[in-house]
Structures are given as structure tokens and as C-alpha cells.
Design a protein. Structure first.
Lengths: 233, 233, 233, 233
């Protein structure tokens, strides 16, 4: 494989979809939220991304079945109160090298731009390195209108406190250069376990903003399954 | 050298060969097995792979003779009970960078695909970091049919316990995208010496699956030679 | 994004401009000087540089507003006693990998060469790792005429004491191959805080050499603001 | 700078020149030998190599004068008893990344091949990490004829003791694929200072093999100068 490529599994037609990115990161916070959305709302996979900048390996899933490293695009039509379309990106890995991250995130932005994406939400965890009493959701956005909106949904704004590292940051940065609006939601997490509390907090903020109806309680069950699958060897 | 290239030493014609990969890794487990197969079954070298993603160095072999870093393809015609053809890949190195691994493993898959490969076996060690009482062979595969087959040959399935790192994993992942079937056999090994016991266990599983007749005892002698060659400076 | 590119914001016409580089580095020394020059002299931004060799992230600025990683080119016409034109380069990052640094600095030299740049000044800090009593400015240059000139402005010459690492060095090295003259001014700094003293010393040397009139006192205020912005989270 | 390039300073005509590589490495062993040969035999520079895989920096030489990172090709016509032509490669750096080393060493081999090089000598140090009582010169070569020749000149052969890392190894490896013969001479050195003793031992072996007449004693003076230049800041 010489370059990043996206394999289209299904031709679809979307109307100004909202793009949600939740590739794996600290505490699996974003990934849990996105997988929950996909299952609860019945999103369907329509494309896969492969890249030579992914880690050079495969995963071993349940019962010895090998899974290649990949990112997966799901879509939803007319979801929630606003009857909006969605593209949701999940996966089992991110790019390893800085140049690889730019290559992959650039391919992702090119791809979703073709479907008319104008608004991006990236989800992740914010590692505190210590016990978190009551999970806060922190946010950042590409405009004052959006940061104001975040505050209305009880998201605390980050401020001059460093960067948003990896795909959750870079996708927003690259989206900005195409005129896309972007929001990043991060759940505070100790960061060293699969953190369903942080995911729940992010999910609540996200569905409040997007006016989606999703069973929040069931997220804890999903986190439990993920924990079991990872601990079982 | 600007890119990975394969130097063909001999034009050969094979019929749906089985591809066995055993590039150097933990405990030299796969490498020992493959070198043993090559010698015992009289496989012949027909191609060499060179890459700018190999370590930038040469090896010094016996009596001061310099060896370039390379991977080597051997072939066997009509071997074992099933009269199958084989391609066996060994070498003195793997790619260093993630992108380099994708480049090299991609070139390998492109190359063996031309000979009609549909089935891949990758061999390696699984480091335990501690003494191993009775070496187990662990396995993973690209389909349920294959994992079931592995269990019939007393290979224990790995399960959701992380990844198969390096060429032994990536070759399977890239093969999957070409519709190739794949199996990885890993011998448990402490990992910090040349482990003939782990190699023997992998060899026994492999020849049972592939119905090959190979002298297993002689593997220990070969391991001893390798140990001497490496310790002697 | 596959390669480094420069986005021109405004067509401008300059006459043999002097190029001042001050990308972020140790103690924020050069960056503070250049930002001060830009504000005090009213320099205007005319181009931005983006690169896949920048860190794969975005910054979060004040009140949760996301800023992409970028370098920014400012210009000044007919400034100071000598009525010279200037191009000033600042930014929130440098390239990460060695190859990335060459790519980015090469793009910068290509770009400024088109405006007729023949003289380069690169600004930075020189980390001492310990308390600095009275900040000295150290310098190096591409010719004896320039090192002599530096001594006349009370800049102490560095000598065979290692290298100038990063953009401040590489831009001079690449400029030399185009026949550009270059000077590097480095303020001694402990290196582990935003060092207004080191910046002030570099600023005084620079405006003495270039015959610019700039309020030096106000630099301390700017450093204070920067410190507050960074400490506030 | 997007790729490695060689700037030809003078058109020259050589007859089957012997190529001596001595880029900087452990203990400056090879570099000292080559610089000594260049000065004592009056070799003349005819080409320079620049690369984006060199460290992204410049050196500061004596009295604040900036030197770009580069490799330099010198030549000698009809030198020594055998009236042979020579190309000698020195420089202030090597490539940083593995891929960069392949790129640079490949460009070097391409370049010297055009002059008809068939024999390569690479010079370096072999770090012992401890005090060396009597410096031995260790060697390796691409054929039995050459290793035998080395033993006749009292060079001890290395044997299965790992690799020759960096340009001194890789140039031999890449040369082999063009049918060039190669020898590596390494002087044992503690490795943490500029080691004139190791250089002297390598020089004695080299001039014995190549039948060159060079003042060995003066090498110590040159090492002393280098030490002073590096310690002086």
C-alpha cells in the first residue's frame, strides 16, 4: 500500500450532513460515544479508510479473528428533531507520524467535503492524570458563535491551555481552511481506563446540541462489554 | 536506492503456492522454522528484496564477510502429502518505520500475488517476558473456518489481546484486502534468547496443518549453530 | 494536505526587503521580538504558510477559539532611518521532522527570494539551563564582514560551539546556497520561561543594526500579556 | 530543498579511482584519517552534497562563521606507489533517518560510479565503551580475497558480531549491488573523545594496503587542533 485510500462500500446521497469524528484516543471517550450513536440510531457503514501511516500490524479480535487497521465511515439520514443527515467516523487506530496524520485527516476532509459537510464535531477525552469527581465536558470551537452556543449547553470553554492533539484537532484545523465550522467536545478523564462516565458526559452534551434522542443509560453497558473484550486474552 | 525493489533471480512457474512468511522477530522463532523448512525440503532461492526502509547498515557474517540487508524468497514444488507448491520468505531484517513496513509488505503481497498465492501462513514468537514451562502455539486467522482448523491442530486461539505487530501481522492484513486467507502461528517464548523450543512447537503445528514431512529433531542442532554464530565475536 | 503551501493574502511589491525570521523556539525569545516589531511598526500580514510537517494538532486560544498551526508573513515598507522594506516571519510552530524542516524552510526561502531578499536576520534564544545575570546577545553570520559588523554592535560571536538548530539555523544555511547574506542573533536565556530580558537584549541589538526606532520598554508589557495568556487555562 | 543533490565544482577525469568514505562517526576516527590524507596528499575538492535528510541546522565554525551541513568530495590523481586515482568523501554530518541514509548513500554510489569506482574503503571507529590499551584495527570486506588481504595487513577480522551501522556500512552494501568491492576498517575506540590513537592505527593499516606515503606523526597534531576547536566556545 503506497498511499491512503478510501474504499466506498455504498453510493449514498446526503444533504449537508453533520460530520462527527471519534477515532480512538485517551480513555476511549469519543469512540464509545460514536459507537453508541451508531448502534442506537442504526447508522450504516458506507466507506472504509486504509493508510500506510497506520501502525504496521493487525488486531486480533474475538476468538482469534484478525482485523486489519482501518477507519470506518457510517451515515444516518434525517436523524433527530432537526431531521439532519450525519456522517460518523470511527476506527481502531489513528495515524502514527505527524505527516501521516496530515495525510489521513486531509483524505478524510476531502472525502466528507464531497458530501457537503459544513459542520464538524470531534469527540475525545481530556486526560487529567488523576481521579475525576464530577466529569466536566470541555469544548473549543472555530468561531465565537459556536463557543457561545457551547456555553448555552453547559460546555466549559478551554482557554489558551495548549492544543487539541491528533485527529480531533487536526480535522478541525484542516476543515477551517475549507470554510467548515468545527466544535471539539472533550470529556475529562483520568485517562488510564475505558471511561464510560466521561463518554456519558460528552454524549449528553452532544445530543443536547444536535437534538438527537439516544438512550444514555445503555452507554454504560456498552462500556462494560468493551472492558471485558479488552481484558479477556 | 529510492524505493523497495525485488530482484528476480530465476523465472519460475508455480501453481497456487502457499506463502510462508518468517522474517526475523522475537526469539528468532519464525526465522528458525523457515530456515529449517528451506534446508530440510531443499527449497531454492528465486528472488531478493531490498528496501530503503531497512536499517541503514550491513551485517558482518562469519570471518568478516559483509552481508547486505535483504529479504529472500525461496520456492518449493509439489511438497508434502498434498503435493503443494510453496513460497517461503526469510531475511535478516524487517522494515524500520511504519510507512516502510507498509511499503515492503505491500511489495511482498504484490509479488506473491502474481504467482497465484491464496493462502498465507505467517510465523513468529509471542513474547511472555518470563520463563515458559511448556511452549504453547497460539494462533489467529482471517476466517472462522481457519480458526476452527487451527483448534483441530491444537493451536490455542488468541482473543482480543492486542495486535500482531510487524510483517507477520501486516502481511495478513494486506493479504485480506486481496482476498487472501491467512493464518498466524506464534510460539510462546521468553523472548530474550534464540528459542528452539518455541520454534519446534511452531514447526510441529505447521507441518501438521500442511502435511509436510520434516525432521523436527534436527531443528535443535540448527538453533545451536545460530546461537554459536551470534555469540562468537 | 499533501505538501507545504503558502497562501498569499495580498499582492505586494517590495524593494530588496530584509527578511527577519522569528519562529517559536527556546524562551520565546525571537517570537517576542518579532511580535513587538510587528505591533510597534505596524507591519501587515500578507501570507500564511501551512505544512503537513507541522505538529498534527490545533491550538486553543483565548475563550475556546481554535487556531490552526501556521506561520505568518508580515511586511513593512520604508521603515527606519534607512527607509528599508522588511518581511517578518512569525508563527505558532516549526516543522517537527528534519525532512519537514528542510521542506518548510526551503518553501520559505523560495517565497522570500521572489521579493528580492538578499539579507536575512534570524532571531532566537540560546539556552543556558541556568540563571542568567546579565543577558548577552550572541551572534553568528555568513561572512567576515557581517561578524565584524556584529562586534561593532556589541554582539558577542559564537565560535565552534555546536550548531544553530531549527529554522533559525536552516534558513541561513539554505539562504547561503542562494547567495543570501545571513545573521543569527541569540539572546542568552535559562530557557524555561518566557524571557523578556533576553528578548529585550536581542531587540536592542537588532534595532541598533537595522536603525529602526522601536519602544523597547513596551516589550516587557507584551511579555507579561503572553505569560498571562499561557498560564491561564 | 526537496531532495538530495550534488553540486559539481569542477569537471574532472579519473581512471578507476579508489573511493574512500570517512563521514563523521564514533570518535571522529574515520574523519580524522580522511582529513589527514586530504591535507598531506593535497587532494582537491570537486563536489559537494546537500540533503534534506541532514540535521536541520547549521554549524558555527571559528569566529562566528556559519557553515551549512554538507558532505564534500575530494580527488587525487596518480597517488602513491601504484599511481592510483582516489575519491575521498568527508563532511560535517550524516543522514538522520534510515530512509535518509539510503537516499544519501544511494546518491553517493550513483555519483562515484560515474567516475568508474570499483573499490571502496570505508573508515570508522568501533566503540568499546571502555579504555583501549592498544588500539586494534578491525575489518570486514565483501569477499574472501579481500578479508585474506586484510589479515596480511594485520587487520583483525570481525565475525558475526552485529552490523556496520550508518554510511560506512550502507555504502558498502549499496556498492555490492553494483558489483563494487568493499572494505571497512574500524579503529577500536572508547568513543567518547576525539581519538587520534584509533585514527593513527586505521591510517597505518590503510596506507599499508594502498601503498600511500603519508606522515603518520602529524595526525596527532591535527587531532589536537580539532580538539581545541571543539572545546573552545
Amino acid at each position: 500500500m503506497e498511499k491512503t485510500f478510501i474504499k466506498l462500500l455504498k453510493e449514498i446521497d446526503l444533504s449537508d450532513p453533520i460530520f462527527i469524528e471519534a477515532l480512538p484516543g485517551i480513555g476511549h471517550v469519543g469512540k464509545l460515544v460514536a459507537e453508541h450513536l451508531i448502534h442506537e440510531l442504526g447508522a450504516e457503514k458506507f466507506a472504509e479508510l486504509y493508510s500506510p501511516s497506520f501502525p504496521p500490524q493487525v488486531f486480533v479480535g474475538e476468538k482469534g479473528i484478525i482485523e486489519p487497521m482501518k477507519n470506518e465511515f457510517y451515515y444516518l439520514k434525517s436523524a433527530g428533531e432537526d431531521h439532519k443527515d450525519y456522517i460518523i467516523l470511527v476506527g481502531n487506530t489513528q495515524g502514527l507520524s505527524p505527516e501521516g496524520q496530515y495525510d489521513i485527516c486531509g483524505a478524510i476532509i476531502d472525502f466528507v467535503e464531497k458530501y457537503g459537510v459544513k459542520d464538524i464535531y470531534t469527540l475525545g477525552g481530556l486526560g487529567t492524570g488523576q481521579h475525576v469527581d464530577k466529569t466536566k465536558v470541555l469544548g473549543a470551537a472555530t468561531s465565537k458563535e459556536l463557543t457561545k452556543m457551547l456555553e448555552e449547553h453547559e460546555v466549559k470553554l478551554r482557554s489558551s491551555d495548549g492544543g487539541i492533539i491528533g485527529a480531533s484537532g487536526l480535522i478541525l484545523g484542516l476543515g477551517m481552511s475549507r470554510g467548515m465550522n468545527g466544535v471539539c467536545l472533550m470529556g475529562e478523564t483520568p485517562g488510564y481506563f475505558i471511561d464510560a462516565d466521561a463518554s456519558k458526559a460528552v454524549l449528553i452534551a452532544l445530543i443536547s446540541i444536535l437534538k438527537l434522542e439516544v438512550d444514555v443509560a445503555r452507554l454504560e453497558e456498552r462500556a462494560e462489554e468493551t472492558r471485558k473484550m479488552i481484558s479477556k486474552a
